[in-house]
Design a protein around this ligand. Sequence first.
Ligand SMILES: Nc1ncnc2c1ncn2[C@@H]1O[C@H](COP(=O)(O)OP(=O)(O)OP(=O)(O)O)[C@@H](O)[C@H]1O
Ligand SMILES: [Mg+2]
Length: 227
Amino acid sequence: MKAKAVIEAAGVSLRYPDGTLALNNIDLQIQQGELAFVTGPSGSGKTSLLKLLLGMEYPTSGYVEVLGQDMNLTQASAIRKLRRRIGPVFQEFKLLKGRTVLENVILGQRFLDVPQTQMKENSLDALKKVGLEHKALSLVENLSWGEHQRVAIARAVARKPLLILADEPTGNLDKENALKILDLLASFKDNKTSVLITTHATHLMKSEYTNMIIKIDQGALEWERIG
Ligand SMILES: Nc1ncnc2c1ncn2[C@@H]1O[C@H](COP(=O)(O)OP(=O)(O)OP(=O)(O)O)[C@@H](O)[C@H]1O
Ligand SMILES: [Mg+2]
């Protein structure tokens, strides 16, 4: 059976209102169950690519489809529906201070059509997967940075997404903890779930779980399948 395309982009450019061309005529296809690393220098367009896939930015030209949803001319309601299937791990989606770890993970599911008891169950399950079940009742401000990242991942995966988008999830972590985070994210890849991770840390990419490397340089994108 032919694998389903989770992401399809053809001839896509993204120009910000100030004229910056963040993505320049890119083509990309990612299939269900793939794990791709997006690498490239600072300012090359990695975050812009993820924002495009989340419907936070719109293509200036070209065609993008995410999980079967056409991202051009898309209505807000369709974008909201699409986002329910995506687990984002972005620096700007910070955890809420003054709330517990468990509350934060539950809040990540608030727009899903899931009963409260199920949300709690999904959350505890996700916290177990990231090894933080024992911190469920801790306030997020009392966590280490690495734990903070793991809670952000738990919040994303508790949504049971078909696509995990992680933007620099290893930033500010030492090598050992960065590897743990990448191993953890990779563990969520299965034949239904695809994972896209941006990283500067190319030396941490491991071929045993990556099957695709996407390189961006000044908005131009190249990709190759490996392994
Ligand atoms: N909202 C915006 N308005 C104008 N320009 C922007 C905006 N967001 C990003 N840019 C510019 O678009 C280009 C790509 O930025 P982007 O954030 O995608 O890079 P990046 O590869 O994620 O960089 P980093 O590794 O530093 O996170 C940069 O030149 C950046 O300054
Ligand atoms: Mg970035």
